[in-house]
Design a protein around this ligand. Structure first.
Ligand SMILES: Cc1cc2nc3c(=O)[nH]c(=O)nc-3n(C[C@H](O)[C@H](O)[C@H](O)COP(=O)(O)O)c2cc1C
Length: 212
């Protein structure tokens, strides 16, 4: 064949099984159990998740961000003027995906997205290192820049203006994805994987098994 032949790259998944009765009735609690297992297993970047959004043309686009809190939803922080920020302003829905290869597990989440209250964004922003706070001002996230130097010069100017306390940029803050659909995937041999889905129906979670 022409190009890259990757047909031989495949894994056999066999570490664990996942049954409906083993899954917590509350999917957020089930997520916490799995995330804690990923942290304990020393998965690299266990909180890294893919966030997919839909832009003004109906085109999906996706990127990795870090999960920072789990409450009644999944919280991440970003620039409200970024590409994802513009997409979410128009279509406030997102799909999140976690993959923890060491545990042969995937979690998929879908839900409505809203911005966090300013005080909650402040709380996280002021817990970040000084240089990250400068970076939040210096980066006009997703915009084209002429050179790396332009970014470094902007960061230096902002550092000179705010040598100690860096205020939170109004365009930087948190998003919370409140889920109405979650799926827990456990890899199994022969591609007969275990998939347990939770759907929110009239305020209650329905748990069901999906075909792999
Ligand atoms: C491991 C990892 C963690 C990241 N964490 C964040 C994050 O928490 N927030 C963020 O805005 N971007 C984060 N990024 C950068 C995003 O993937 C992306 O480049 C950026 O948010 C711009 O995306 P956009 O142009 O689609 O808005 C991270 C990237 C990686 C690889």
């Amino acid at each position: 064949m022409n190009g890259l032949d990757l047909h031989g790259i495949r894994q056999v998944y066999s570490k664990e099984t996942l049954n409906e009765e083993d899954c917590h009735p509350d999917p957020l609690k089930q997520f916490e159990l799995w995330l804690n297992a990923a942290i304990e297993a020393k998965v690299h970047e266990p909180t890294a998740m893919n966030v997919a959004t839909v832009d003004e043309h109906g085109r999906p686009n996706a990127r990795i961000v870090l999960l920072k809190e789990v409450s009644d939803g999944f919280v991440f922080f970003s620039n409200y003027h970024s590409r994802k920020g513009c997409a979410l302003a128009l279509h406030p829905f997102a799909a999140l995906t976690f993959f923890w290869p060491e545990l042969e597990r995937q979690v998929r989440i879908e839900g409505k997205v809203s911005q966090l209250a300013a005080e909650q964004s402040d709380e996280y922003f002021y817990s970040r290192p000084y240089t990250s706070r400068i970076g939040a001002w210096a980066s006009h996230q997703s915009e084209v820049i002429k050179s790396k130097q332009e970014l470094l010069t902007r960061a230096a100017l902002i550092g000179a203006r705010h040598p100690v306390k860096v205020p939170r940029p109004p365009h930087w803050g948190g998003y919370i994805v409140r889920p109405d659909l979650l799926e827990f995937w456990q890899g199994r041999p022969s591609r007969l994987h275990d998939r347990i889905q939770y759907r929110l129906v009239d305020g209650s979670w329905i748990k069901e098994r999906l075909s792999p």
